[in-house]
Structures are given as C-alpha cells and as structure tokens.
Design a protein around this ligand. Structure first.
Ligand code: FES
Length: 119
C-alpha cells in the first residue's frame, strides 16, 4: 500500500497500488492522479499532458518509488520556475511506493482541504 505525503499540508494518503479510479488527468497512478483522488489541490493547467509546468513538485523522500522521468518530462521541466534536482511533474511521475513531495509555493494558488483555503 503506497503512502504519499503532500507538503506543506503534511497530508498523507494511502491506497492500494493500481486500485485508484483514474481521474482522467495525467498518467494513471501519477502524483496528480493520486492528489485528485484525495481532493488535494495540485495545479494542472494542461490537464496532465506534460505541456505546462504547473504540476511541478519537489520530491523530499522516495525518489526511487516514482517512475523514471521520460525525455518529454525532462524537457518540460527545464522550463519550470525554481527547478531543483528533485523536481518532477506531478502528472508524469507514477507512484510505485512511499513518497513525500512538496508542492512549491508558486504552485499553491490555494490549497483546499475540506473546502476551506489554508492561505
Ligand atoms: S499538468 Fe501540465 S505538465 Fe503536468
């Protein structure tokens, strides 16, 4: 049962691998797909098709529990603001085990938790 923690909310979600309903955005089982399943706000301006950088996240732990970044993700990430060596696109990184990621401040226009903004 992979666990994914989203910072700075520090919200951890757990699910059975391959069992989440696909939310039609990004790769099935991606960080974006997981976030959408649990109502965690992660921007996805292009709808998860690797054509923007708004789903940029920084991997804090569990880098090896994400799918390898493919060339199109790496090319797109090159254009991301605040790029780090641990940056990934949430819509492209598929979760295979426990991961902790941070949603950078510039991507947090608002974060809703139970419908209320934390900003
Ligand atoms: S949502 Fe646009 S690249 Fe991920």
């Amino acid at each position: 049962m992979p666990k994914v923690t989203f910072l700075p909310e520090d919200k951890t979600v757990e699910f059975e691998n391959g069992k989440l309903p696909y939310r039609e955005h990004g790769k099935p089982g991606s960080l974006l797909d997981v976030a959408m399943n649990f109502d965690i706000h992660l921007e996805h301006a292009c709808g998860g098709s690797c054509a923007c950088t708004t789903c940029h996240v920084i991997v804090v732990e569990g880098e090896n529990n994400l799918s390898q970044a493919e060339d199109d993700e790496l090319d797109r990430l090159d254009m991301a603001a605040g790029l780090t060596l641990r940056s990934r696109l949430g819509c492209q990184a598929v979760v295979t085990g426990d991961v902790k990621v941070e949603i950078p401040g510039w991507n947090r226009n608002y974060i809703s938790e139970g419908g209320k903004s934390t900003l």
